[in-house]
Design a protein around this ligand. Structure first.
Ligand code: CTP
Ligand code: MG
Length: 233
């Protein structure tokens, strides 16, 4: 009997941080804002850099930041210049991933509180595309452009997708090479779904929320100040 393994090649992590943070409405993109004395982006970077399952870390920055990376960026991180969409930024990161890598994780730089345990879960399950998910607690409605409820899909089938999402390198390359890139491609699982690849799930983590609005940033700062999150040195 063969035992499934995650393969023999190295594992790379691509952290995408080339967005503008328009919904947060600060002059500085959210990944560079302060969270407990250091930039939001540095939190997830440290967690990936110190994880024993991760061999290579690529960070994708907007071209102007990639041209002159911030001094606090650890030297061992490889820097790629991102694109106009998240998918274009992922492709820029992928271009720096060596073909010998077996597995690639893609993570939003706007999710500072990714845990070591979540990364391990995703790496272990990445024999095919895999994403962390959380069950929804609210009832979800489909609403039309006039604000009227069209339907209420059954809640048991609905989950919120998080990152890091894990993939065999060849699957992620295939998904992105055939992708018609538009605003609906908000994660890499969508790219896989569109090219017919089956996507598995593992349990996500409630603390691993994405900083999207000012309220999210306040919540993250409160969590750090209250000692709910242990900072990695
Ligand atoms: N991202 C990226 N390149 C882009 C767009 C997004 O690398 N062209 C990254 C963001 O930096 C973020 C992640 O993808 O870490 C998730 O995107 P999102 O939360 O939408 O961030 P922004 O696009 O920066 O925010 P907004 O949509 O509010 O402008
Ligand atoms: Mg965005």
């Amino acid at each position: 009997m063969s035992i499934p393994t995650r393969g023999v090649g190295p594992t790379a992590a691509i952290i995408v941080a080339a967005g503008k943070g328009e919904r947060l409405q600060d002059e500085v993109p959210k990944q560079y804002l302060d969270l407990g004395g250091r930039p939001v982006l540095s939190w997830s970077l440290r967690t990936f850099l110190t994880h024993t399952d991760i061999d290579v870390v690529v960070v994708v920055l907007a071209p102007e930041y990639a041209a002159s990376p911030p001094a606090w960026l650890p030297a061992e991180v490889e820097v790629a210049a991102g694109g106009d969409t998240r998918a274009a930024s992922v492709r820029a990161g992928l271009s720096l991933v060596d073909g010998s890598c077996q597995t690639v994780l893609v993570h939003d730089g706007a999710r500072p509180f990714v845990t070591e345990g979540l990364i391990s879960r995703v790496v272990q399950a990445a024999t095919g595309p895999v994403i962390p998910v959380l069950p929804l607690s609210d009832t979800v409605k489909v609403v039309d452009s006039g604000g009227r409820v069209l339907e209420s899909p059954p809640r048991e089938t609905l989950f919120a997708a998080q990152t890091p999402q894990g993939f065999p390198l060849q699957d992620l390359l295939r998904a992105h090479s055939s992708l018609e890139d538009d605003a609906t491609v908000t994660d890499d699982a969508v790219a896989c779904e569109r090219c017919g690849l089956s996507v598995a799930t593992v349990p996500g983590d409630a603390n691993n929320f994405k900083i999207t609005t000012n309220e999210d940033l306040s919540r993250a700062r409160w969590m750090v100040d209250a000692g709910l999150i242990l900072a990695r040195i």
